[in-house]
Design a protein around this ligand. Structure first.
Ligand SMILES: [Zn+2]
Length: 148
């Protein structure tokens, strides 16, 4: 058996070098552990997966400051990139119908990342603009329908 496989590897450079690598790994293993027992899954001092810092791609902030949640690609409220507005998902999950584009969900405490249902209030765009203009009259021209 061994003889046969060695014969084969003589004509296969890849197989030959991998045989050499195996021998090298066995030698290193022997130096490290003093035996040839398979250590797969037995390494205790490796960093565990959960200990690695991980960027959370499931919840991101849009350029307008809204929270976007990753949803299924064919989700009715997903954008082309597979994300949907969290405030919209919360609104619909609470049993409210989706609203027309002439309406907007206002964040009562002005924190666009606070998407608790009690922080959301449906307004028309014009109501919303008026509301923000009243809140901050000096800043009113800075607001558009795209803002919270
Ligand atoms: Zn608002």
């Amino acid at each position: 058996m061994l003889h046969k496989s060695l014969e084969k590897t003589q004509v296969c450079l890849v197989g030959r070098s991998s045989e050499r690598q195996k021998r090298y790994r066995r030698k290193k293993h022997l130096e490290k552990y003093g035996h040839l027992e398979n250590m797969t899954g037995k390494h205790k001092n490796h960093t565990r997966g959960s200990a690695h810092p991980r960027w959370n791609n499931d919840r991101i902030i849009s350029s307008h400051g809204y929270v976007l949640i990753r949803v299924e690609k064919n989700h009715p409220h997903a954008f082309g990139n597979g994300y949907a507005y969290e405030h919209l998902l919360v609104w619909i999950a609470a049993g409210n119908p989706p609203f027309a584009t002439s309406n907007i969900l206002h964040h009562i405490n002005n924190d666009k990342t606070d998407n608790r249902i009690e922080n959301l209030e449906l307004m028309t765009n014009s109501e919303h603009r008026r509301f923000h203009a009243l809140l901050q009259p000096r800043n009113s021209k800075g607001f558009s329908s795209a803002i919270d």
